[in-house]
Design a binder for this molecule. Structure first.
Ligand code: ZN
Length: 69
């Protein structure tokens, strides 16, 4: 398997610190990761980056949801 340098970085933002990954197209076994506080975790199989959603963003979305409902 070859990895290309400069491969487009995929970043997934999560609302929780527990994330799971099975590849962009389910191309590797399902694995679970824990995102460190204020940090990010990179999948060892497919290099997808998981980041914890910022607290500010989370509050904004909560307000948006209030407006919608
Ligand atoms: Zn992965």
């Amino acid at each position: 398997m070859q990895r290309v340098e400069g491969f487009k970085k995929i970043i997934i933002y999560s609302d929780t610190d527990r994330v799971k990954c099975s590849g962009e197209h389910n191309d590797h076994p399902l694995v679970y990761y824990t995102i460190p506080q204020g940090g990010e975790v990179v999948c060892g199989y497919c290099d997808i980056v998981f980041r914890r959603r910022e607290d500010d963003t989370w509050e904004d979305e909560t307000m948006l949801n209030r407006f919608e409902s």
